[in-house]
Design a protein around this ligand. Structure first.
Ligand SMILES: Nc1nc2c(c(=O)[nH]1)N[C@H]1C(S)=C(S)[C@@H](COP(=O)(O)OP(=O)(O)OC[C@H]3O[C@@H](n4cnc5c(=O)[nH]c(N)nc54)[C@H](O)[C@@H]3O)O[C@H]1N2
Ligand SMILES: Nc1nc2c(c(=O)[nH]1)N[C@H]1C(S)=C(S)[C@@H](COP(=O)(O)OP(=O)(O)OC[C@H]3O[C@@H](n4cnc5c(=O)[nH]c(N)nc54)[C@H](O)[C@@H]3O)O[C@H]1N2
Ligand SMILES: [Mo]
Length: 811
């Protein structure tokens, strides 16, 4: 699509190549930029990186991994001299203690989490969860509910105690580590009360960690997405280096990556400060080696713009042509309204996506149809350095093409045919593997040169294989016997002084805003929201708030709340829960302009970044909260999609069509007219029940007895059996306006187990009727929790509530 018109590939590709060429000719290579993603396949990534760095001659290519893994990359490089995860997943089976730091593994890495839980059940592996919020990953774990951002203080306390108790592995440290005594001295000066933990809790953790040789510390976004993210990473690495608990079976620091190929992107040089194969752009020897290998006409000698700065460059006009591939930055970057406006104002924007229905694609001049993961072929690397083939299992629909192909076609049309002449991902992979051999010779660990001669057939059949794969080393763990990648071969421990989040709560913005993921949605929902089953788990955006704050602000569970910061605002459904402590809020990151335009949480988030990694602090902005005083609230459902124009709306798929929560500041004059317009059904037969005194209206639109759509409104949030009602559109339901379930079809309640579509009420009824007392028994009775297992902790909490009714019910 060029300017909203469908054109063929030739026209579109020529258009992109010409426009980029013109801008570069007029304003130089640094006037253009690519923003890519950790969900691209390695081959896609390699081509994008080669085109920008080697041929356009700018380092202005950055990736959403900047928002995701860059603090880990920076922390690894500071400590190890390379961005390398030392351990492998087998370590989780062998560990006796697994510590989750800022990781909701149960929801975000459910398969890996089941492995940890299996070890817990089988071998009694202890679990500690370090998170300011109670999450599904706290089940069966010691939960340290530390103050947001205080991880460095916690791990400094651990390091100081390791030293005090003589638990330093002096042999290891003497031989392989620098900076030990300085780090310990600083750790001893560090104030552990910053964590807000009680002395007993802290002591329990220190005893466990120090007393258990086989410990794996898993960390994720609660660590990375912080203005002190890199320090948090190094604070964790310090403790493992000091005790020599690294690279030996069952031990080690373990960064778990989020996106399927976040790791591959790090290897292939997706970040603006890297070249391919762990080579550094600013190292003249590395730079020259890559330039020579690529036969590149020009190579940038300095790092390019990092994500947040890249979009500042778009805003202030330094970037005049932007190509966004496989990401939705108008939703997921901090200060998202501003990013959205900057993209809209950029003279030339190309978006490659699998759908044109995204907040970002809507702003593009050119939308290129990309083949999705199941339709394309290549490789990805996971958190444990395992390279896996991904094989197309479906034909690409319509004109969709793999990302590598689109990029290579543009490169050829910009005049670099010979350098981008591959016919298949196998050829790209072989070139990449050959380049890694040069990296290996330059002393880098990312060396897969043993695969450089791989032919198409072997590539097609390639089994998962762990790097490195060189003449001298195949797979395995790193660093058990030192061998670090700093000159001299030693690791570096760092002296770290704790810093809190950049923003401090104030009278104007008293709340700390934590954000993150839900079990059944993926990022900006362009894929997961298409599934009615996944959408049934938590169909509406919300904010978690502690009951004390709810009371203090005079709010009620189920109200709408407006959060605001100096950057923007969001309207969200209030969830009262003591999962968060007073003063903290939690909002999921997923909703967008496509399904809940006033609930884009990154509109609130300050564009503050870690000074070392450039990663944004996505989990610790400050905001104000107050009631969104709507004049009316509504619930709507229909067999077809509809786009409301109300002040608040949030839409989700159902089995029968769509459901939508609504609210407005001004009340329409005529609800029947409103409903007809809302659903686009000017001629349908209408049933209308009203209670004018309470401002309640129930309106059904029918085709004969068949319910097409229904709207329920009231002056207060409307109470209905929603999960039952959403099954009615498209069916004979003349009694739908009652808003209640009928005896023969009980209300299943919101979905808990998505695999088997089992609702909360169904689980509760089974617990009561069959006197179930364990999650396993629930599984045997209903199958719930027996497939992916990611709902097991929710089942456990329902079980607990049934046996000892909860204080503050939160759904
Ligand atoms: N279902 C689902 N799974 C996913 C994804 C998805 O969108 N949906 N996305 C994938 C991606 S790309 C990623 S990066 C991973 C992310 O996986 P995770 O990092 O596990 O997910 P998050 O929910 O972002 O954040 C984890 C936790 O950090 C906590 N936290 C916040 N501030 C702090 C702090 O200061 N200290 C500590 N210790 N903890 C803190 C939050 O309360 C939250 O529970 O998930 C991957 N898996
Ligand atoms: N407040 C807050 N913000 C966050 C986070 C947070 O925890 N809190 N987390 C951050 C993190 S860790 C991450 S990883 C980012 C994720 O942020 P994004 O990368 O912006 O989110 P996605 O929804 O994964 O975007 C992927 C896009 O690629 C498209 N797509 C899917 N398959 C293909 C394909 O094969 N080819 C192409 N070309 N396109 C495809 C999808 O339709 C979608 O539009 O968000 C970050 N932002
Ligand atoms: Mo991520």
């Amino acid at each position: 699509m060029v300017n909203g018109e469908s054109v063929g590939w030739d026209t579109a590709l020529d258009g992109v190549a010409n426009r980029f060429g013109d801008v570069i000719a007029e304003h130089g290579p640094d006037s253009v930029a690519f923003y890519v993603a950790g969900q691209l396949l390695t081959e896609d990534y390699y081509v994008a990186n080669k085109l920008m760095k080697g041929f356009i001659g700018s380092a202005n290519i950055d990736t959403n991994s900047r928002l995701c893994m860059s603090s880990t990359v920076a922390g690894h490089k500071r400590a190890f001299g390379t961005d390398t995860v030392p351990g492998i997943y087998d370590d989780l089976d062998e560990a006796e203690l697994v510590v989750l730091v800022g990781s909701n593994l149960a929801w975000c890495h459910p398969v890996l989490y089941q492995r940890v839980i299996a070890a817990h059940e089988l071998r009694g592996t202890r679990i500690v969860t370090i998170d300011p919020r109670r999450t599904a990953s706290c089940a069966g774990a010691l939960h340290l509910q530390l103050k947001a951002g205080s991880d460095v203080a916690l791990f400094n306390a651990l390091l100081a105690e390791i030293d005090r108790r003589g638990a330093i592995d002096t042999n290891y440290a003497d031989a392989h580590v620098e900076g030990l005594s300085e780090s310990i001295a600083t750790a001893k000066d560090s104030d552990s009360s910053l964590t807000g933990l009680s002395t007993e809790q802290l002591q329990e953790f220190l005893d466990l960690w120090i007393g258990t040789e086989k410990v794996v510390t898993i960390f994720s976004q609660g660590v990375n997405q912080s203005s002190s993210g890199t320090d948090k990473v190094n604070a964790i690495l310090n403790c493992h280096l000091a005790t020599g608990r690294i690279g030996k079976p069952g031990t080690g620091p373990f960064s778990v990556t989020g996106q399927v190929n976040a790791m591959g992107g790090r290897e292939v040089g997706g970040l603006s400060n890297m070249l391919a194969c762990h080579l550094d752009i600013e190292n003249p020897e590395h730079n020259a080696a890559v330039k020579n290998f690529w036969k590149a006409p020009v190579m940038p000698e300095q790092a390019g713009l990092r994500a947040v700065d890249m979009f500042k460059g778009v805003e202030d006009g330094r970037i005049k042509a932007l190509w966004i591939i496989h990401s939705n930055p108008a939703v997921t970057l901090p200060d998202a309204d501003r990013v959205r406006d900057a993209i809209a104002a950029c003279p030339f924007v190309v978006v490659s996506d699998i759908t044109g229905n995204t907040d970002t694609a809507r702003l593009a001049d050119v939308i290129l149809p990309a083949a999705a993961w199941a339709e394309k072929s290549g490789t990805v690397t996971n958190s444990e350095r395992l390279i896996s083939r991904q094989r197309a299992v479906l034909p690409a629909p319509g004109l969709a093409k793999p990302d590598w192909w689109i990029l290579a076609e543009v490169a050829r049309r910009m005049g670099w045919s010979d350098s981008f002449a591959w016919e298949s991902p196998a050829e790209i992979f072989a070139e990449y593997a050959a380049l890694s051999g040069i990296a290996g010779k330059l002393g880098k660990d990312f060396d897969i040169s043993a695969l450089a001669e791989i032919g198409t057939q072997a590539y097609e059949k390639l089994d998962p294989i762990r790097w490195p794969q060189s003449a001298s080393k195949q797979g395995g763990r790193f660093f058990a016997n030192g061998g670090f990648f700093h000159p001299g071969g030693k690791a570096k421990m760092l002296a770290l002084t704790p810093r809190g989040p950049a923003e401090t709560p104030s009278e104007a913005q008293p709340f700390r805003l934590n954000t993150g993921r839900l079990r059944d949605q993926w990022h900006t929902m362009t894929r997961t929201s298409l599934s009615s089953r996944l959408s049934a788990h938590l169909p509406e955006p919300f904010v978690d708030m502690n009951p004390q704050d709810v009371k203090r602000l005079g709010l009620d569970h189920g109200d709408l709340v407006r959060l605001s910061s100096t950057h923007g605002s969001a309207i969200l459904r209030l969830h009262q829960t003591d999962d968060v402590v007073p003063g903290d809020l939690f909002v999921p990151m997923h909703w967008t302009g496509m399904n809940a335009p006033t609930a884009r949480v990154d509109a609130l988030v300050a564009p503050v970044t870690d000074p070392v990694s450039g990663q944004p602090e996505s989990k610790a902005s400050t905001v104000a909260a107050k009631k969104f005083a709507a004049a009316w609230y509504g619930f709507a459902m229909s067999t077809t999609q509809f786009i409301p124009e109300s002040d608040y709306w949030a839409q989700a798929r159902t089995n029968t069509g769509y459901r939508c929560e609504l609210a407005g500041l001004g009340t329409p004059d005529n609800w029947e007219d409103y409903a007809r317009l809302l659903f686009g059904l000017p001629d349908a037969a209408i049933q209308h029940m009203s209670d004018n005194k309470r401002g309640r209206h129930s309106i059904g639109l029918f085709d004969g007895e068949i319910l097409l759509a229904a709207l329920y409104v009231g002056a207060e949030p409307v109470v209905l059996m929603r999960d039952f009602l959403v099954g009615l559109p498209g069916h004979e339901a003349p009694w739908a306006l009652a808003g209640q379930a009928r005896g023969d079809t009980p209300d299943p309640g919101p979905v808990v187990c998505s695999c088997y579509a089992i609702g909360r009420n169904t689980v509760k009824r089974a617990i009561a009727n069959e006197a179930l007392i364990s999650v396993d028994q629930i599984g045997r009775s209903l199958s719930a929790g027996t497939n992916c297992g990611s709902c097991k902790s929710e089942l456990a909490s329902i079980l607990k509530d049934c046996h000892e009714p909860a204080v503050a019910e939160s759904t």
